[in-house]
Design a binder for this molecule. Sequence first.
Ligand code: AMP
Ligand code: MG
Length: 302
Amino acid sequence: MNAESLIVAPGSKVRLAEIDPASTGDVASRDEARPLIDENIERLTRLQYLLYADGRQSLLVVVQALDAGGKDGVIRRLFTGMNPQGVAVTAFKQPNNVELAHDFLWRAHLAAPAKGMVGVFNRSHYEDVLVVRVHELVPPEVWSQRFDLINDFEKTLAHGGTRVLKFFLHISPEEQLERFRDRLEDPMRRWKISDSDYTERDRWPQYAAAYEEALEKTSTAHAPWYVIPANRKWFRDLAISRIVVDTMDAMGLKLPPVKVDLNAIRARYHAEKLEEQAAGKSKRKKKSAEKAARNGAGTKHH
Ligand code: AMP
Ligand code: MG
């Protein structure tokens, strides 16, 4: 699987209509993808352990998509192997009053991963050039300045040791409608249905245009965008897990040097062990003495 072909080259044009959402690259089937995904998830588990132990860098994974694009599925599937202590997932909803009283990047910066951590954004600061633009929540002269601000923000994160990866899950309108149907038919998924699903769907072309501009203007060397064909969930999971593994592999993560004098610690360990053994011996002695005494006492009664 050639993950590099999914990257949005910095400065390049993006035509979503020309990217097939049903593409599965050179992967023939779900059965072929399964073991590869499982292997990647295992590698992610180990890499996350290293990132945490290393403690000098962090990783931020941004997941964006239209409704039913599969954001929740990606997060559930790919980050399950990781230690919850080292992962912070943040879902970006409609801003609350406190968030609205700050600049649009404030809440994103607050949620950015600390050193050693993996941060996952389910939606993100990009909503401020997507839904905000499509719904005209701020005038064009405001949102249009945000691309540069986003690039500067992400550069700040990179400068601070955070690797930033951004995934746009690309599905077709037909696939979205099928997933809406699944939600209707499956009682376990009905809670996900929202009135806005269909009104947002009507604005597909406006969203596509907003995404295209965002992808073009904010895919950078320090924070690249990937367009992930996402009609097939298994291809989506394979592609993203692969890209995250490759990225973490290249971060030069290593276990930190041991901070103590191991020989001295070993000597202490052996001393403790000897003491414990001695204590165990005398405890056993005491116990058998007690037992003998009890038995002795017992015989007296007979
Ligand atoms: P969901 O991801 O389905 O739980 O929905 C979250 C909702 O919050 C979506 O409709 C988003 O478009 C909306 N949202 C997220 N960020 C913003 C924002 N900055 N301004 C307005 N709406 C937002
Ligand atoms: Mg939704």
